[in-house]
Design a protein around this ligand. Structure first.
Ligand SMILES: *[C@@H]1O[C@H](CO)[C@@H](O)[C@H](O)[C@H]1NC(C)=O
Ligand SMILES: *[C@@H]1O[C@H](CO)[C@@H](O)[C@H](O)[C@H]1NC(C)=O
Ligand SMILES: *[C@@H]1O[C@H](CO)[C@@H](O)[C@H](O)[C@H]1NC(C)=O
Ligand SMILES: *[C@@H]1O[C@H](CO)[C@@H](O)[C@H](O)[C@H]1NC(C)=O
Ligand SMILES: *[C@@H]1O[C@H](CO)[C@@H](O)[C@H](O)[C@H]1NC(C)=O
Ligand SMILES: [Zn+2]
Length: 693
């Protein structure tokens, strides 16, 4: 367990907790100011005390005093951090994250006793050895000085540049920490559930400004004419949400109805493109304070357009950062879709101020709790604040994209294990964002808007400034009032919300529900939609609990049925001439109408397509071609279905149908199947195929 040389140290009351020393990939850095005769420690006698990727749980950071002094000329920075830690088990070691930082000094307890710092670069960790035991139940101040170059690229504390119209290049420094890059800017406990308060100070020269999560409370002049901005202490938050920017930008400012100051920052020459973002941000914050029924807890929210930015935007608390195209809007040259994009991105990042920042997922495996929600809130917030932007059409496409990806075997469950930084970065994908949003859409539709909203408000209140698991969300949604409503909706059917939602978040793939009409009954059969037709039968089986919805021509209401077994049936009566399942594509499943089922749909569209909503029509087209691709439906049936399109008046189903037609045309053209090519054209003329019914 412990090496022989360490046994000597044990006599000095060393205790090592919960780990084996790692024998490989460790380096020992000599402190810059060796403690000399004060310290009996020879760093080479120590080995790294911790072997796991995740940090030990017995040292909890409470408060960071972070000081940074970047130099935009030398493109480097120096800094110090004083971290108040709560020690919960006796130990001689503090292990925390650091990546690419040169540590020049570390102390605990005694500022004059420079402690040995060990590095484990493969885990991006450092271990600081205290010869005196840090005792359980005590709080200590860990103090570290460090320096590094500003990072190249888009993560950590990195440099960015832009050119003025005079051709001059200007430099700024900005941060992007999510998921695991705060450790590139300062040593920290860089895991989402180590939440702490942050007090930041930044030293700068006069021609720049500095911004961070909180507003500046004081600026003092220090030696050499430099200025130092001191920011207010932050609320408790995760390290990945810390942010700072040093730049020469200009801003516009407004105030929300609850008094939050909102500013949009951009390079001076882009200043006139910031006004739309300001309008949106003020409106959105007002909307979310109302929707979540929780005040935005910071006094300000800055939105800044960074010239070099990897993702679309980042939700750092109080200082959201954006790619220029995600924030700036020029009324003269930008298009309506640019406007929708800017509005949605702001809606997304501001939703995170509650979902993600106030309540954070316990670990990155559940990043969908942040991203699926924020993506879904784009839709809810934009629909409420800018209804003419037609964001609901966008949601439909989002769910189609999620279906496309999730029907491939290479997909993954929404909640998936992720341990190292590469795996964690891979979690920021279509499954977390888009499938997450579509599954929430299904849930909201199933529970009703009011129940969904009151459930997430409860969740946000209960876990404010804390972390949550999937289960915590389901528990918040399934309260007594909801149970009564569900009993009413489902006529007493047993519903276990956790069991139902686990079938959507813990397994990959998309259900295929086959529907057959048998006189007064509708039969359902559950399969798994996948595209590789020649794949062998699955040795594992997929089961979902599906909140089915359907409409018939007999009544205008939406009917509901919770399908919990692989086969199921319901009574619908003889009189309905058609049944359309998955109303408005609110459910994340594909529907196959067996026997003459697709012909009934084709006939309905041909005779009176307005009997179905444009979303229903689009979904029928989408599902039919998915089934063709998966080998469940002959191409001719899908082509029959879109024969009505020449009368279609809504662009969404029209473009969807024409898109498939073009795609299949190219496939057929390549195969040189001339007969079929000619057939494709004739399908759109309509007429003859009806005779086959
Ligand atoms: C801390 O010590 C207690 C008992 O002394 C032990 O049960 C617990 O597992 C330890 N915690 C950690 C994180 O090592
Ligand atoms: C950056 O370094 C240069 C010299 O290399 C110095 O003149 C300047 O004052 C420094 N700026 C800051 C903000 O420290
Ligand atoms: C840390 O933040 C919490 C809210 O997140 C706040 O209640 C608390 O007062 C802050 N801590 C300190 C020491 O100010
Ligand atoms: C599908 O993916 C799983 C891993 O998720 C793999 O074990 C299986 O072999 C794959 N099946 C096919 C048919 O490729
Ligand atoms: C077409 O459907 C609409 C909506 O259901 C209905 O109001 C209308 O009467 C139908 N028209 C015909 C010709 O069936
Ligand atoms: Zn996001």
């Amino acid at each position: 367990m412990v090496s022989v040389r360490l046994l000597v140290l044990f006599l000095l009351s060393v205790s090592l907790l919960g780990s084996q020393p790692t024998q490989s990939s460790q380096q020992v850095s000599s402190p810059a100011h060796p403690a000399g005769e004060q310290s009996p420690l020879d760093p080479s006698s120590l080995s790294f005390p911790w072997s796991r990727l995740r940090l030990p749980r017995y040292i909890i950071p409470l408060h960071y005093h972070l000081f940074l002094h970047p130099n935009l000329t030398s493109l480097s920075f120096t800094g110090s951090v004083q971290i108040q830690i709560d020690v919960q088990n006796n130990t001689n070691w503090v292990v925390l994250h650091s990546k690419g930082l040169h540590i020049s000094k570390a102390t605990i307890l005694d500022q004059n006793l420079v402690l040995p710092v060990l590095h484990n670069p493969s885990h991006e960790q450092i271990g600081i050895f205290s010869p005196r035991v840090l005792s359980s139940g005590q709080k200590y101040f860990l103090y570290i000085e460090f320096e590094a170059e500003l990072a190249e690229g888009f993560y950590g504390f990195y440099k960015s540049t832009y050119r003025t119209s005079q051709g001059e290049t200007r430099t700024l420094a900005s941060t992007h920490f999510e998921p695991t890059s705060a450790r590139m800017a300062f040593p920290c406990f860089d895991e989402p559930n180590f939440k702490a308060n942050f007090s930041v100070r930044i030293r700068r020269s006069q021609e720049y400004i500095s911004l961070s999560n909180m507003p500046v409370v004081k600026t003092v002049e220090v030696n050499g004419g430099l200025l130092e901005d001191q920011f207010a202490e932050s609320v408790k938050m995760s390290t990945y949400l810390v942010a700072f920017v040093i730049c020469d930008f200009k801003s516009v400012t407004g105030t929300t109805s609850s008094g939050v100051q909102v500013s949009i920052y951009a390079a001076p020459e882009k200043w006139q493109q910031t006004h739309y973002a300001l309008e949106v941000a003020v409106k959105m914050l007002d909307f979310y304070e109302d929707y979540f029924n929780i005040r935005y807890p910071l006094p300000k929210q800055d939105l800044i357009a960074i010239p070099d930015f990897q993702s679309g935007a980042m939700e750092n608390w109080g200082l959201t950062t954006y790619r220029e195209t995600s924030l700036l809007f020029d009324p003269l040259t930008s298009s309506v879709s640019d406007k929708l994009w800017v509005t949605m991105v702001i809606g997304h990042e501001l939703a995170h101020q509650w979902f993600g920042n106030l309540v954070t997922m316990e670990w990155w495996n559940d990043i969908w709790l942040n991203e699926g929600f924020a993506r879904y809130m784009e839709y809810i917030s934009v629909e409420a604040t800018y209804p003419d932007l037609k964001v609901e059409e966008y949601l439909l496409h989002t769910c189609f994209a999620a279906v496309g990806l999730d029907s491939l075997n290479s997909s993954r469950p929404i909640s998936s294990p992720a341990e190292n930084p590469t795996q964690i970065k891979e979690m920021f994908d279509t499954v977390s964002y888009d499938k997450g949003a579509c599954v929430l859409h299904m849930l909201r539709h199933f529970l009703t808007d009011e129940v969904f909203q009151s459930g997430i408000v409860r969740y946000l209140r209960k876990y404010s400034y804390k972390n949550a698991h999937n289960q915590d969300l389901w528990d918040s949604l399934a309260n007594v009032r909801i149970k009564i409503i569900l009993m009413y909706l489902f006529a007493g059917e047993h519903l276990d919300l956790t069991a139902m939602m686990n079938t959507w978040t813990l397994q990959k793939g998309i259900p295929l529900v086959t529907v057959t009409r048998k006189g007064p009954r509708l039969l359902f059969k559950l399969q798994h939609l996948h595209f590789s037709v020649d794949a062998p039968f699955y040795f594992y089986s997929f089961l979902w609990q599906i909140p089915l919805t359907y409409k018939t021509d007999v009544s205008g209401t939406i009917h509901r049925h919770l399908m919990t077994s692989p086969t199921d049936s319901i009574h619908i009566g003889e009189e309905a001439s058609w049944v359309k399942v998955n109303t408005d594509m609110t459910g994340f499943y594909v529907v196959h109408y067996e026997e003459s089922g697709w012909d009934v749909m084709t006939k309905l569209l041909r005779e009176n397509y307005t009997a179905l909503s444009y979303k229903d029509r689009t979904q029928l087209i989408h599902n039919a071609f998915q089934l063709v691709t998966a080998g469940h439906l002959p191409l001719n049936k899908a082509l029959d279905l879109i024969g009505y399109l020449k009368r279609e008046t809504h662009t969404v189903p029209l473009l969807k149908g024409l898109g498939y037609l073009e795609a299949f045309y190219h496939i057929i053209e390549k195969r040189d199947e001339l007969d079929l090519t000619q057939n494709l054209g004739s399908h759109l003329d309509g007429g003859q195929e009806l005779t086959r019914m």
